[in-house]
Ligand binder design. Structure first.
Ligand code: PMP
Length: 360
């Protein structure tokens, strides 16, 4: 830290992204990226002359992409906000709507807390229930910014839309932000509710189900007035927040919808198979509607399993928070990758068994 950093940021703890080591080729199951490439038509969507056009700024209104998304999701372009990854919508939403404070679960996406700290928003973290589910009643009548990931991360568990509606209905004076980063893997969207409630903000990302994490593209749905607020923040910080190439890729992605539906279905199938195999190995696996599983084994410490897998070239995500430190979050990869994961776990558990019987 330099001596120039504002005093208010000196104790800020930044978000720690999942590791991206370059020392060897890992099977990467730690940041919930898609194991599949973008659709072939997306890969070829950027013509050479678009690269030449990089001398010009991108369209700050992102009109073409908004219109395509509006068609796909049956909303108006005025209901859509586009961002440089959904982290950016979250950033703008905390800045714009966090004035009365914020509330979110104690086990959820770690960035919410960082945005709260960054903007000096007073926030409360409400514990998840014993079974790691969200008790929706905790969020009714809060009268401050409510932020819920649905499905939640890192648990993968989802909240029924009827309960989301109750939360939105009982907080009419504040924004309820539902982060649907993982909704395409079997979750239930609350998108239709934006027509009924002017305080609901639904955020989405191209990073997971649209195989475009490196393109940095996120979006949000809400009433036109909420979208206008976000646009105001965007035009006060970085009007050209999405580059020309990513805008083109985003449009081509909408046109390739059937490809992505198919990949999401494949991931759900692989998820069910992996959960079954882990359960057979004695793991407790939380019921996931996302592209990852959250699992713990009574036979091995969560941190140790993470380390042993890493030594074998497989990366999963481990969190040190005491409530969840026995778990690992495992991104669903291809069937081959999951077979490699299960073979490695079986080997690790066998070695533990052998060591135990040797000691006896
Ligand atoms: N929300 C949740 C719940 C996430 O897990 C992530 C990914 N880390 C994001 C939002 C942000 O994703 P992106 O910025 O890549 O759109």
């Amino acid at each position: 830290m330099s001596r120039f950093l504002g005093e208010q940021y000196q104790s800020l703890e930044a978000y720690t992204p999942g590791e991206q080591p370059r020392d060897m080729q890992y099977i990467k199951l730690n940041t919930n990226e898609s194991p599949y490439p973008p659709a072939p038509s997306v890969v070829s969507a950027v013509p050479e002359d678009e690269v030449g056009l990089l001398r010009l700024y991108s369209d700050p209104t992102a009109k073409a992409l908004k219109e395509k998304l509006a068609g796909l999701y049956s909303v108006g372009p005025e209901n859509i906000f586009l961002s440089n990854g959904s982290d950016e919508v979250l950033n703008f939403a905390f800045l714009a709507f966090g004035g009365k404070g914020a509330v979110f679960p104690n086990i959820t996406y770690g960035f919410y807390e960082v945005f709260g700290d960054l903007y000096h928003i007073s926030y409360e973290k409400i514990p998840l229930k014993e079974d790691f589910s969200v008790d929706y009643r905790d969020y009714c009548g809060q009268n401050r910014l409510v932020v819920l990931a649905n499905p939640n991360a890192p648990t993968g568990m989802s909240i029924p839309v009827s309960q989301i509606e109750e939360i939105v209905r009982t907080n009419p004076e504040t924004v309820v932000l539902i982060d649907e980063a993982y909704v395409d893997f079997g979750g239930e969207t609350c998108l239709p509710l934006i027509q009924k409630y002017d305080n609901l903000l639904v955020t989405r990302t191209y990073s997971k189900s649209r195989c475009l994490a490196g393109g940095r593209l996120g979006y949000a749905f809400a009433s036109p007035a909420l979208i206008a607020d976000l646009e105001k923040i965007k035009f006060s910080t970085n009007p050209y927040n999405i580059n020309r190439l990513t805008l083109r890729l985003g449009e081509a992605t909408v046109d390739a919808e059937p490809y992505y539906q198919e990949k999401c279905a494949e991931i759900q199938k692989t998820r069910a198979w992996t959960a079954e195999q882990l359960t057979a190995l004695g793991f407790e696996v939380l019921p996931s509607r996302a592209n990852f599983l959250f699992a713990r084994s009574p036979k091995i410490d969560g941190g140790q399993l993470y380390q042993e897998l890493k030594q074998r070239g497989i990366l999963v995500r481990h969190f040190t928070n005491p409530r969840i430190c026995q778990f690992n979050r495992i991104t669903i990869g291809t069937p081959d990758q999951m077979e490699a994961l299960l073979a490695a776990i079986t080997q690790i558990l066998n070695e533990i068994n052998e060591r135990r019987s040797f000691c006896i």
